[in-house]
Design a protein around this ligand. Structure first.
Ligand code: ADP
Length: 670
């Protein structure tokens, strides 16, 4: 019963938690790979976002520098100022000056124009003359944040009017941080991003109405909202289509082709959308200029991104320049930190998806599917900072290694918990069993002490009262009293020996003795008693010496201890006897050993109990033995004494029934 409740406690406290722990750990191990990738993606996204911010800041810095170097005098004489500007600022490629009344003042289409200027006029002439609009990219999240954040108080927030045109530094900074905060808020919620996208895509008309037109123009103005999906999802020419339709159509007729293009684009997964959704509106230069004082206008020309710098002058003219693409790209590329680390490759991808800097060792790499990417922003549409894993296999291998480590740990943990638990349980179980045995032992000893004492006091009483006058009977009483006293002595000796053996304090008075004599003495001392109780006792000694005396079988031993062993064996032969009351003691010689057999024709010992009977307090629990009194100490003591003398006591089944207890001791050297 006790053992069963111990088992239940073990299962509840050790096995069940171990299994749960193992299951949880194994499940965690399964997710390890995804976890490692996600961790890496988070780290790289932070880096990529930082670089995107740096690139956007660099574009703003370029505008500041260009503005600082530009000083157009009122009236005439701008040529000299332009020449100086161009000389001192490598970003300046083709300076231009526009009068609101007279149109493009410089460069004027004339025969002495250089090829650069000719190309510039060809590409930008109509736009600078305010004849055709250009596409202005606005971040959808920033633009519609009021409509989307339902809880946020709605109101006039002119950050919605923000465009790619940069404003005066302080104001621009303010706007930029407001926009950045809004973008961040949106970027954090993919659900909101998806909603923005869906609204913009499906309710084109709502978008039309909601577009806050620059300079307060109405919804019917040349705005042509189009939602441009990320590069990965949009066909390469979506942007060009938008550009072409914006540039080609008359402003008032501007119709949905670009929006159509976006509608036809493959639906995006929310995670791909991120910030890369721009609303593209077509705006004339005059409209852009109405929103600020200076800025950079990114323009797609033949699917190539070009950049125009402009600044409003005090007299209302607009001065500016076509920016040197090479120098500008170089400036943006310079913001990149180390493009190669053993973990990742980092670069900025331009509008065509080509890296502006090829990280070492990544020549020919396909950058269409980077590990993480972030768009730079409105000032560099379709440019993005991208990071790829230097060695994706290494990441997978690392994840596999950590999964393996986890598995090994789980197995070790499980083995140690289960193994440790089992050991604790078995030792607790053994302790419980021992305690039970000790309790039984105390009961047995009390009983064994009481029985002989009762019969002795009974005989003493009878003899004292002289109730028995028959001398033969009296003699029998005396002999019974003597054997009961012997039994008591043997029991007390066993208990005392056990206690001193337990404490390791048993002291032996060893000397060279003839085993034959010790055995003969012991057997003879018991013979009368045994025979009186119906036993026949035979003693066989080894070969005789020529003189006819038994050859001495010398051993190095404490004769008293040897006698105790023999008495215990003889007593057992008597106690566990059957109908045939025969006890046979034999002294034999084996090479280097003296052996004593104590044989009986008793109940014998079953195979499974042959080792157990030597354990302390162990008593065979069956109907045959349970009627015999005992403490379970006799054989334990016999074996310990034998072992303390370098020998052994063992049991062998006897042919024809019964037991053969064998005491063997090393022969003493003469
Ligand atoms: P005790 O005799 O006091 O019970 P022992 O240590 O002497 O203790 O014996 C242990 C057990 O071994 C006994 O309970 C008995 O079952 C078994 N045993 C010992 N001697 C014999 C024997 N000669 N024949 C059969 N069984 C024996």
């Amino acid at each position: 019963m006790r053992a069963r409740s111990l088992g239940i406690v073990f299962v509840a406290a050790v096995i069940v938690p171990s299994i749960l722990l193992a299951v949880l750990s194994i499940r965690a191990a399964g997710r390890e790979e995804a976890f490692v990738e996600k961790q890496l993606a988070t780290t790289l996204l932070a880096e990529v976002t930082h670089v995107a911010d740096l690139a956007a800041a660099e574009a703003a810095q370029v505008a500041e520098e260009l503005r600082a170097g530009l000083d157009v005098p009122a009236g005439g004489g701008y040529e000299k100022a332009f020449a100086q500007w161009k000389q001192g600022q490598p970003l300046v490629e083709v300076p231009f000056l526009i009068s609101p009344r007279l149109g493009v003042l410089s460069p004027r289409a004339s025969a002495d124009l250089g090829p650069e200027e000719r190309l510039f006029i060809q590409e930008n002439g109509d736009f600078l003359s305010n004849l055709t609009p250009t596409s202005v990219f606005e971040n959808i999240a920033v633009k519609y944040k009021d409509q989307i954040l339902a809880e946020a108080p709605k109101g006039e927030d002119d950050s919605t009017k923000d465009s790619s045109a940069l404003r005066r530094p302080a104001e621009a900074e303010q706007k930029k941080s407001a926009d950045r905060a809004a973008i961040d808020a949106f970027a954090q919620s993919e659900a909101i991003q998806a909603k923005v996208y869906e609204q913009a895509r499906e309710k084109g008309d709502v978008l039309n109405r909601r577009v806050v037109t620059p300079g307060g123009a109405s919804a019917a103005a040349p705005e042509e909202p189009a939602v441009l999906p990320a590069r990965q999802a949009a066909p390469a020419d979506t942007m060009q289509e938008a550009e072409a339709s914006a540039g080609g159509a008359a402003p008032a007729d501007a119709a949905p082709p670009a929006a159509g293009a976006a509608t036809n684009a493959a639906p995006l997964k929310p995670s791909q959308q991120q910030q890369s959704q721009f609303v593209v509106t077509s705006q004339l230069l005059s409209q852009i200029a109405a929103q600020g004082e200076y800025g950079i206008i990114p323009r797609f020309v033949d699917s190539r991104l070009t950049f125009l710098f402009w600044e409003k002058q005090a007299d209302g003219r607009i001065a500016g320049c076509g920016i040197s693409e090479r120098v500008f790209r170089g400036r943006i590329a310079a913001v990149l930190p180390a493009t190669y680390t053993p973990a990742r490759l980092l670069t900025i991808l331009d509008e065509t998806g080509a890296p502006v800097v090829v990280p070492p060792g990544s020549e020919g790499r396909d950058w269409r599917r980077p590990f993480v990417s972030r768009e730079v922003g409105e000032s560099l549409p379709r440019w993005e900072v991208a990071a790829s894993l230097t060695s994706p296999e290494a990441v997978a291998a690392r994840a596999r290694a950590s999964t393996l480590t986890l598995w090994v740990l789980v197995v070790i943990l499980f083995i140690s918990v289960a193994g440790g638990g089992t050991m604790v349980l078995s030792s607790v179980y053994a302790e419980v069993r021992l305690a039970q045995k000790k309790a039984t032992f105390v009961a047995n000893v009390s009983h064994e002490l009481k029985t002989p004492l009762t019969s002795i006091s009974l005989f003493v009483e009878m003899l004292r009262q002289k109730r028995q006058t028959d001398p033969a009977k009296q003699e029998q009483y005396f002999s019974l009293m003597s054997s009961e006293t012997e039994r008591l002595t043997r029991l007390i000796n066993n208990v005392l020996s056990f206690s001193s053996l337990e404490k390791g304090k048993k002291v032996y008075a060893k000397k060279t003795v003839d085993m034959g004599s010790v055995v003969r003495e012991t057997v003879e001392s018991q013979r009368v008693g045994l025979e009186s109780r119906g036993f026949s006792v035979s003693l066989r000694a080894p070969a005789q010496t020529p003189e006819g005396t038994p050859a001495p079988a010398l051993v190095e031993a404490d004769p008293e201890a040897l006698k105790q062993v023999l008495l215990n064996l003889l007593s057992n032969a008597e106690k566990y006897s059957g109908a045939v009351k025969e006890i046979e003691v034999e002294i034999a010689r084996e090479p280097g050993a003296v052996v004593v057999h104590v044989r009986d024709r008793g109940i014998g010992v079953a195979e499974k109990n042959r080792q157990r009977i030597f354990r302390e307090f162990y008593r065979v629990d069956d109907s045959l033995t349970s009627r015999v009194q005992g403490t379970g100490l006799g054989l334990t003591i016999a074996r310990r004494i034998a072992r303390d003398h370098g020998g052994e006591v063992s049991h062998r089944p006897r042919e024809g029934g019964g037991s053969d207890f064998v005491l063997s001791l090393p022969e003493a050297k003469r």
